[in-house]
Write a protein that binds this ligand. Sequence first.
Ligand code: ADP
Ligand code: 5GP
Length: 212
Amino acid sequence: MTSGVLFVISAPSGCGKTTILDEILRSTPGLIFSISHTTRAPRAGEQDGVAYHFTDEPLFRKMVGEDAFLEWAEVHGKLYGTSKGTVEHHRRRGLDVLLDIDTQGALQVRERLPAGEAVLIFIVPPSWQELERRLSGRGTELPENVTLRLKNARREMQCIDHYDFVVVNDDLPSAIATLRAIIIAERSRRRCSPDGLPIPILADLATDDCGA
Ligand code: ADP
Ligand code: 5GP
């Protein structure tokens, strides 16, 4: 039975991950976004159940106690987690699942899933100055939050060796094209088409004796 793969994407906050992932999700059939639970407050325009399931801390802690998360972590002072049941539901339907999670969560996924079921991809900015410029320029963070996120970025970058791929987000279209190429290459490794669908002729051959 086909079981989708997990594409786990991490990046320092402000690097451009959301911008890249919005385009990848829009243009990649068979790839679905995993909506995390978080205790952080919604930003202006964020609807519950779209980017996140906004959850109060007692409910989040209850879910931790029930082992409902594939991974969870405290990030920038708030709790974030990926629902185990939802991810498994998508994968059983043969969909590949895209997780936008921090480095602590990515390392938990790497430890918990068998080799080959999760592909870890790290997106990096072209420079620290450019990261600060993007983070401040987005206009969503208070100055103290910008400072905290930059400090966390330096810590997160130290985990880069645990990732399978690194994508530099300097020129946006190039970064999107590189991530798309990684997804297509990983799907081909699993004998799928670029759209993530199994290649029927190969399923037929699997029962044949190659004579070796
Ligand atoms: P993240 O999700 O990593 O926190 P965003 O996607 O919100 O980051 O991007 C942060 C800011 O940087 C946004 O204003 C976005 O338009 C801008 N941005 C993203 N990628 C690039 C790029 N390659 N060049 C210049 N600006 C970018
Ligand atoms: P933001 O609050 O800016 O949306 O996200 C802050 C950070 O939390 C980002 O690095 C994002 O990848 C991470 N994050 C979002 N959802 C999850 C999750 O379910 N688990 C973990 N570990 N990190 C998450």
